[in-house]
Write a protein that binds this ligand. Structure first.
Ligand code: AMP
Ligand code: MG
Length: 357
């Protein structure tokens, strides 16, 4: 259905303080209970929330995002007890994870109960559940009835939103309300763990790392489709993995190797492209930024502060679009804890174009 962009989108500031946020959250709750959509901050990225137990709300989310309807939504709850209402057969390993990481940036896949419509789960008989730690998200979930489907608030295929301005760029005219809680804390979507088979598996890397999960669970696999390799013959367990994602309009290439080799390679590529009149940019670490001979260099962050890189990466990909960059070279950020999650987003944004030196 074509969008007329005819809805007026209100942007209300929120502070994570019950008293100050009462009016904004009250409004969000009314919209959600009437089956409408609200964008809200979470600690990972901004979410586009609708009532997870209403098929019509789930359909609205797919429409507003332009998301294929077989790409399931994550259900957000604000109290651990709510889980029993939507999920069954909760395995011991999942309980361990919930005790350690909820509320927080971890999503767990369970067998769903009938109350959860197939529209929310993209036709699957499993449901993805997360309990966010952001107080605005928690209050909004409460106000909206306790169960909010809330995928990332970007238009399908675009980088996730880490500020309310990103949400407004994608959703203005499509939703009635954006709650503006400022820039998010983490900047990468939640880690997803699946418990539908004997050995749990990591479906999407995030702030909670694979080694932390392995330490707690003992045994955990990495889903072979984790990086959404386009050529893979194996059906992905997280259906979202098969879609092109996070892509800027310019062509993104990742260059991996020693700092000397990477900067030399990128500098010679820039020189050639500038000669051809191509608008080129670099995504660099703080450590290497001075080594590039390019008018457009964006700093992702220090290799010694990977949280900074995680927080910045989506905003930089969006900035590339607003600067009309046609060709982008990024360093590989293979940092110890978040490297797997950061590189997962970058690889998919680059449609797997990686130059190994
Ligand atoms: P987003 O909401 O944009 O963070 O994307 C949610 C991700 O969770 C998608 O990649 C989905 O494929 C994945 N997901 C949601 N529900 C399920 C489920 N029941 N089984 C497997 N993956 C899921
Ligand atoms: Mg998403």
């Amino acid at each position: 259905m074509p969008w007329g962009n005819d809805l007026e989108t209100l942007i209300l500031p929120v502070f994570g303080d019950i008293e100050r946020d009462r009016e904004a959250i009250g409004k969000a709750g009314r919209i959600l209970k009437e089956g409408g959509l609200v964008a809200m901050p979470t600690e990972t990225v901004y979410g586009l929330a609708g009532d997870a137990l209403k098929a019509t709300s789930a359909r609205k989310i797919y429409e507003a995002k332009g998301r294929p309807s077989d790409n399931p939504l994550i259900v957000h709850i604000s109290k651990a007890e709510s889980l029993n209402y939507i999920a069954e057969d909760i395995p011991e390993g999942a309980r361990l994870l919930m005790e350690r990481y909820w509320p927080g940036p971890l999503t767990i896949i369970f067998k769903k109960k009938d109350i959860v419509p197939f529209e929310t789960t993209g036709g699957l008989d499993t449901v993805a559940v997360r309990m966010p730690s952001n107080p605005v998200a928690q209050e909004t979930i409460e106000a909206g009835g306790g169960f909010l489907a809330a995928p990332s608030a970007n238009k399908s295929g675009r980088p996730s939103c880490t500020t309310a301005a990103h949400v407004a760029a994608d959703m203005s005219g499509r939703i009635p309300l954006i709650l503006d809680g400022g820039p998010v804390g983490i900047g990468l979507e939640s880690t997803i763990v699946d418990f539908s088979e004997d050995v749990p598996s990591l479906l999407r890397p995030g702030y909670i790392s694979f080694s932390e999960l392995r330490e707690l669970l003992g045994n955990i696999n990495i889903d072979p489709n984790i990086n959404g390799a386009i050529s893979s013959d194996i059906a992905p367990k997280a259906p979202g993995m098969k879609y092109r994602h996070y892509a800027p309009k310019g062509e993104l290439k990742i260059v991996r190797g020693s700092a000397d080799c990477v900067t030399a390679y990128i500098n010679s590529a820039i020189l050639k492209e500038q000669g051809e009149g191509i608008r080129t940019a670099v995504i660099a670490s703080t450590e290497n930024v001075a080594l590039y001979d390019c008018p457009l260099v964006k700093i992702a962050g220090s290799l010694h502060n990977e949280e900074e890189i995680g927080k910045n990466i989506f905003a930089i990909l969006r900035e590339m679009d607003s600067l009309n960059v046609e060709s982008i070279y990024s360093e590989a950020f293979d940092t110890p804890k978040l490297g797997m999650a950061i590189m997962n987003r970058l690889l998919r944004a680059a449609a797997h174009k990686i130059i190994e030196l």
